[in-house]
Design a protein around this ligand. Structure first.
Ligand code: DAH
Length: 339
């Protein structure tokens, strides 16, 4: 029996493996229910009393060296298993911070969502445009000040290639390519040669709306815009339409909403008028319909255009438009849960 113990002892010392499965088999072979060491403990009963002390010691030494061996090999193999650099690949990962939607995107998506529910589709057009789509087809007279270098960024003159100053150019493109009925909104970036201040920027975003069909009336326009205002600023929002002028609509109007800060009582934000201007609108001028080949006797339509920044400033009570372009994460993170 002592010989057997010695043999097992050297087997334990010689045992090598780089495989966790083999190590487990070794454990079972030695310490399992029918393992060598376990069996030795069983045989121990038959050992004569005077030898029990020596045998007992020898078996315990063997058992301890099996356990030590398993322990060392296991910790070695675990480090190897967890990757070449010794990192623990099973440890939970470091969370990467979640980004937030930019307030311009939030508001644009809300506007799209509201008009989609009214059956409007979304159309987009190029930011680099020609004179026809930005001015001529929209009934701008040749001497209109918007055509001036002071207001418009020109890329080329004669032929005039320019950065669009409004998304109304997209309504021309849609009408050129599609037959009525047309119900579309066109979000996009626009450019104006303006000084940057807390209230205006030379690059900003607009959403244009256009509805052309038989018998579209001013009442349809008003109803649509009232629905929009209540959806985006809340159900207690009132609207009012003031007569205005745009070359591409007749009649034209500007829409105000009741001041969201003072509820119409008068405050600094609304300059004590109780109202905030948010968009331009009107019935599409028959000249515009004719310029894109739509019969203005058969069809009528309405159009509107609004600045996304303006809506975002009012909705989130932002005091300076430049914050929207600086992309300071401390500012943007505040919109994590914004609706
Ligand atoms: N294009 C105008 C602007 O940039 C906004 C506008 C006003 C669009 C009236 C329209 C409209 O479609 O009917 O100021």
């Amino acid at each position: 029996m002592l010989n057997k113990i010695k043999k097992l002892q050297s087997e334990v010392e010689d045992f090598r493996t780089n495989n966790l499965e083999e190590l487990d088999q070794f454990r079972i072979k030695m310490l399992g229910k029918k393992g060598e060491v376990t069996l030795l403990f069983g045989e121990f009963k038959q050992v004569p009393a005077e030898l029990k002390r020596d045998f007992g010691q020898a078996i315990n030494v063997l058992k301890n060296s099996v356990q030590d061996k398993i322990k060392t090999l296991f910790s070695e193999l675990k480090t190897v298993d967890s990757g070449p650099s010794g990192q623990d690949l099973t440890a939970p990962g470091e969370p990467s911070p979640l980004g937030t939607r930019h307030p311009i995107s939030l508001v644009r998506n809300q506007i799209i969502d509201i008009f989609k529910r009214l059956g409007f589709n979304v159309s987009i057009g190029p930011e680099i445009e020609d004179d026809w789509h930005v001015f001529s087809a929209l009934n701008f007279p040749p001497e209109h000040p918007a055509r001036d270098m002071q207001d418009t960024f020109f890329i080329n003159q004669d032929p005039d290639i320019l950065l669009r100053t409004h998304t109304s150019s997209v309504q021309v493109r849609v009408m050129e390519n599609e037959k009525p009925p047309i119900r579309t909104i066109s979000p996009g970036r626009v450019f104006r040669n303006e000084a940057i201040s807390a209230r205006s920027h030379c690059i900003f975003h607009q959403v244009e709306g256009l509805y052309i069909d038989k018998n579209v009336s001013f009442a349809d326009l008003k109803q649509t815009l009232q629905f929009f205002a209540k959806e985006i600023f809340g159900p207690s929002t009132d609207i009012r339409l003031r007569p205005s002028y745009f070359p591409f609509t007749e009649p034209s109007a500007e829409m105000d909403i009741s001041c969201s800060l003072c509820n119409g009582k008068g405050c600094n934000l609304c300059k004590y008028t109780g109202w905030l201007e948010i968009l331009g609108c009107g019935m599409v001028d028959p000249n515009v319909l004719e310029s894109v080949g739509i019969d203005s006797h058969e069809y009528t339509g309405f159009a509107f255009g609004m600045g996304i920044e303006r809506i975002a400033l009012l909705k989130y009570n932002i005091k300076d438009i430049r914050l929207l372009f600086e992309n300071d994460v401390r500012f943007l993170e505040q919109f994590q849960n914004a609706q």
